[in-house]
Write a protein that binds this ligand. Structure first.
Ligand SMILES: [Zn+2]
Length: 1002
């Protein structure tokens, strides 16, 4: 609950030609509110009205639009004064029970049993947001009730146990034990502070904003979190969680008067006079006049002690930007760093000075925008060269200008897909940013008149801007050990200073927190939560239109879905004819296809061409397992595998889009050794970083890869073992490039032929009709098969696959937290995995695992994965301070299910939550592609309906049956852990034979 994410607002919209609905002329009035302004946003077909709640002073933006995925959000400005993480801890804490909904965690109950399509909370550097979304109006209003009561009347405001659980507390159960820190946010942030990229991002923000609130960490620095007192926490809530300091947002097709009435029920208890919104206004960071340098450290493995990170960063503005500025800036950013051929990104990767680009360019989601770019994996003596290269490249841009058309296609499509209302918070108009057509037209006119818009901007914002900091992050092999030792000695000092009475108090407090956590919510408290009934659910599965045709022997699948005039095209090629040994090379192959030039166009020209005509073209691989007969668990080797070139463009550009894909398929150059080396270095750096940051997904893939071919492919293609392959390929690219190139050419010959081709199209019916002839031309131009290979099938791959025989595996990374996984086969191929097991699996995730691994264990997350197609199941934890203890929780799960006490209401909630997850809304292109993937593996709507029926018919007996399965599976399940050396060594004490972890360094 910290990072920012899309709130799912990009659903269907009214379209470009929509006339203002009658409601736009006169927004509904409500006696409790003043209407401040109204607007009709032609671009999205949305009627908006801004209200001010008279008594409380809250501002409410109401958007009426033809979209059934309704969104509500309440945001408070919460600028922190220190790095104790108080906004972040408060964000977690308000979700732990409130006046009207006194269960321990109503938020979790909602996750379990609502049709929510989005439900989360986010702490930004200056604000805290609580968004929810649902397609069901009754459910939507239930969610809003729970959220409003939570933020305005939380239990956390009067019960210190909440802050202890979510923030931090001392833990001690026996006077002889060492004192320890525990807390959900404390552990979450320890994980964040183990990630070099996250540390770089934080150091960068803190360096750029030395004087305002952005200079501290709203998430919390684990060293500072224990400085937070309950008094300060309470006062922070009182001060900032007042309606007058909030912005409320409604979006969707529900009735405006109902929104206003519901909201007034809560707001009427507050008086604007009691708040001081000015206290939360963000102070502008004044720009400095001369550049400076800053350095910080990050944890590194021993073999990476010379891999520094360097970035050059600017604060762009200390006064508000106009919509025109923002638009121009985002295009400039695209020109500089938007893709691998963009000027600055290319200069950095081509320089060979580092392993991969960091910094990401423009960041404009706060009051002030920043821009920064750099490299990681830089030798210490090359640091100055990186800085000089960035500056000289920008100077060259200012002098020589840009190929501007190269970004317009991208901007055109992005504008149609865009949605944002951030600036409202800083006093701007909440709907201004939605009107993109006027500033876009003005910009196009300036460009047509020859105004050097972008050159001027580079000069003004970057070259002549003295508020520039060069940040050097220095690797420190001893960082983790030092951090741990510092925490240990601090805790020892605290304990030494305690009297016997203090120690007794801490033990008593530990016990009372544990007791409170273990206590079940009363039936009365649970009954307070609003919920849907099974009768409110849609019994039928949601289907997507699909049309399957043939053109010259090639299958063309299409989905007529509203797409605002954009065509989404997926060109797939069966790749199961390649040898399994070459599978790990596909990552490099698919990058080189788009990043080494094609035909007469070099890499930069190809990239420009793509961005001029399309909204982007990218390459990806898709694997799947063919569904078993009659919905039974699939044969583990029956896989499909495709390499896709996927692109999008406005309808008129369909011929150009397909011509680009044809050019890439037929003529991609592949032969740039330098580019191959750069890509492999970058892949290596990315893999290393994501193992540290997302070890749970690597552990999950590792576990499943022992049982079936599809996860095995994921493992060798992008899992833990792929790191060694990437290193080997890098050595091959550097030392024997001709041999590696020959292998890449063989891949091309084996994959790119007409026999392997399949096409998937998504768009408005008119867009699809217009694509028909270009698609015919495209197919006719594809190369005929040069050779006759054996018919494509994954069966050959299965013979080559070597599944790991090791039972328990441990992978050491530099981190303070662990990712603990354990799993295996729950159902044999041919058996039926009932749909009801999805309900049980979800129930475990939001119940047993949440309570035991997260709430009591102190991990940031505890999950489980049930794969009904393959019959596989695994437990996982995320940023977990424990290891062996978490495995014990997993092992005890079977017994827990054996005598679980489940009320009918809880059972129904589990069913509702599962259905809600199945019905999650998707954008048009995602819907079309999901439907296509089902077609590829043979999942029919009838089978999906059968699963839905089984989910709806779930009974308590299914929970016990799941427990029986788990008990049988416990003996054969295997563990995979990504974690610290200390934790794995400790876990191995007392483990012998194949129970011990086979440990290796990543
Ligand atoms: Zn969090």
């Amino acid at each position: 609950m910290e990072a920012r994410a899309n709130t799912g607002q990009k659903g269907a919209r009214g379209g470009q030609q929509a006339a203002p609905p009658a409601a736009a002329a006169a927004p509904p009035a409500h006696p409790a509110y003043d209407l401040v302004s109204q607007d009709f946003v032609q671009e999205y077909g949305a009627a908006t009205a801004l209200y001010r709640h008279r008594k409380s002073g809250a501002e409410v933006l109401s958007v009426q639009i033809d979209d059934d995925n309704k969104v509500f959000g309440v945001t408070f400005r919460t600028p922190p004064e220190d790095s104790s993480g108080v906004p972040h801890i408060l964000e977690h804490s308000v979700l732990c029970g409130s006046r009207k909904f006194p269960t321990k965690e109503p938020f979790v109950e909602l996750l379990k049993g609502s049709l929510q399509t989005f439900l989360n909370a986010f702490t930004y550097p200056d604000r805290t947001c609580y968004p929810v979304a649902s397609q069901n109006t009754k459910d939507f209003y239930n969610l809003i009730h729970v959220y409003l009561d939570a933020v305005l009347f939380p239990r956390a405001a009067s019960d210190p146990l909440v802050m202890q659980q979510e923030g931090w507390h001392y833990e001690l159960e026996d006077p002889a034990q060492p004192l320890a820190y525990k807390g959900v946010v404390f552990n979450e942030m320890k994980g964040v502070y183990s990630s070099p990229d996250a540390l770089h991002g934080r150091a960068r923000k803190q360096a750029l904003f030395p004087d305002n609130t952005y200079g501290v960490d709203s998430g919390g620095d684990p060293q500072d979190i224990p400085n937070l007192t309950y008094d300060y926490f309470q006062a922070f809530h009182r001060r900032f969680y007042h309606p007058a300091n909030s912005r409320v947002y409604f979006y969707g097709d529900d009735a405006v008067p109902e929104r206003l009435e519901l909201l007034d029920e809560y707001l009427r208890e507050f008086d604007a006079a009691d708040a001081d919104p000015a206290a939360s206004a963000i102070q502008w960071q004044k720009k400095r006049g001369a550049p400076w340098r800053h350095s910080a450290r990050f944890p590194a493995r021993a073999d990476a002690a010379r891999a520094h990170m360097v970035s050059v960063n600017w604060l762009l503005n200390d006064a508000p930007l106009t919509p025109r500025d923002k638009l121009t800036l985002s295009i400039l950013n695209n020109l500089l760093v938007g893709n691998s051929a963009a000027v600055v990104r290319k200069a950095l990767t081509d320089s060979g000075l580092g392993a991969s680009v960091i910094g990401g360019g423009l960041s404009d989601e706060l009051l002030q925008a920043t821009w920064g770019i750099g490299l990681k994996g830089v030798a210490p003596e090359k640091v100055d060269e990186v800085e000089a290269l960035i500056l000289s490249t920008l100077a060259k841009c200012a002098e020589e200008g840009f190929e501007v058309s190269a970004s317009m296609g991208h901007v055109e499509v992005a504008s149609l897909e865009l949605n944002s209302h951030d600036i409202w918070l800083y006093g701007g108009s909440p709907t201004e940013a939605l009107h993109f057509e006027a500033p876009l037209a003005a910009l196009k006119a300036d460009l047509a008149a020859g105004v050097p818009v972008f050159q001027n901007l580079v000069k003004e914002l970057l070259i002549d801007n003295g508020h520039r900091v060069t940040l050097e992050m220095q690797p420190d092999v001893g960082y983790e050990a030092e951090t741990e030792a510092r925490e240990k000695s601090k805790l020892e000092a605290v304990k030494a200073s305690m009297t016997a009475q203090d120690i007794a108090d801490v033990i008593a407090a530990t016990k009372s927190l544990k007791d409170a956590q273990a206590r079940e919510d009363s039936a009365e408290a649970r009954a307070m939560l609003p919920t849907l009934a099974l009768a409110d659910l849609d019994k039928s599965v949601k289907t997507t239109p699909i049309d399957i045709g043939q053109v010259d022997g090639v299958t063309v699948v299409s989905h007529a879905l509203p797409s605002s005039g954009i065509l989404y095209a997926d060109v797939g090629m069966d790749m199961t004819g390649i040898p399994l040994s070459e599978y790990p090379l596909l990552g490099l192959f698919s990058r080189l296809l788009l990043e080494s030039g094609a035909g007469a166009r070099d890499r930069v020209e190809l990239s420009r061409h793509i961005n001029t005509h399309t909204g982007g073209v990218y390459c990806s691989t898709v694997t799947g397992t063919r569904a078993g007969a009659n919905g039974a668990v699939a044969a583990p080797d029956d896989v499909v595998g495709y390499l896709f070139l996927r692109g999008k463009a406005v309808s008129a550009k369909t011929p150009e889009l397909l011509s680009i894909i044809r050019s890439v398929v037929r003529e991609a150059r592949l032969d740039s050794q330098q580019r191959a080396v750069e890509i492999l270095k970058e892949m290596k750096a990315r893999l290393e970083a994501s193992v540290v940051g997302s070890g749970h997904s690597f552990a999950a893939t590792r576990i499943d890869s022992r049982h079936a071919l599809e996860p095995y492919l994921n493992e060798i293609g992008g899992g833990l073992s792929s790191l060694a392959t990437v290193k080997a390929n890098l050595a091959a690219a550097e030392e024997d490039w001709p041999a590696l190139l020959a292998r890449l050419e063989e891949l091309r010959a084996a994959i790119f032929k007409r026999d392997n081709l399949i096409i998937n199209l998504t768009g408005d019916q008119g867009v699809l009709d217009a694509a028909e002839q270009p698609v015919r031309d495209f197919i006719a131009s594809m190369p005929e098969s040069a050779s006759v290979l054996a018919p494509a099938s994954g069966a050959g791959w299965a013979k080559e696959a070597q599944f790991s025989p090791i039972r328990n595996e441990g992978f050491i990374v530099p981190t303070q937290v662990n990712y603990v996984g354990k799993g295996g086969r729950l159902f044999e191929p041919g058996e039926k995995a009932p749909g009801s097991f999805q309900v049980v699996s979800r129930y475990l995730r939001t119940g047993y695992l949440w309570d035991n691994v997260r709430v009591m264990g102190g991990a940031y997350g505890g999950f489980c994965n049930f794969n009904p197609t393959l019959g596989l199941f695994s437990f996982l934890s995320y940023r977990d301070p424990n290891l062996a203890k978490t495995l014990d929780v997993y092992d005890a799960c079977a017994d827990y299910l054996g005598d679980v006490h489940l009320t009918q209401e809880e059972l129904e909630r589990g069913v509702i939550g599962t259905i809600g997850a199945m019905d999650a809304p998707q954008s048009a292109d995602a819907r079309g592609f999901t439907s296509f993937k089902r077609y590829l593996v043979g999942i029919t709507d009838e089978q999906r309906q059968r699963v839905r029926d089984e989910v709806l018919a779930t009974t308590k007996a299914d929970f016990a049956a799941f427990g029986d399965r788990l008990r049988a599976f416990n003996g054969s399940a295997r563990a995979a852990v990504v974690g610290s050396r200390a934790a794995l060594e400790a876990a191995n004490e007392g483990r012998a034979g194949d129970a011990a972890f086979h440990v290796e360094d990543v």
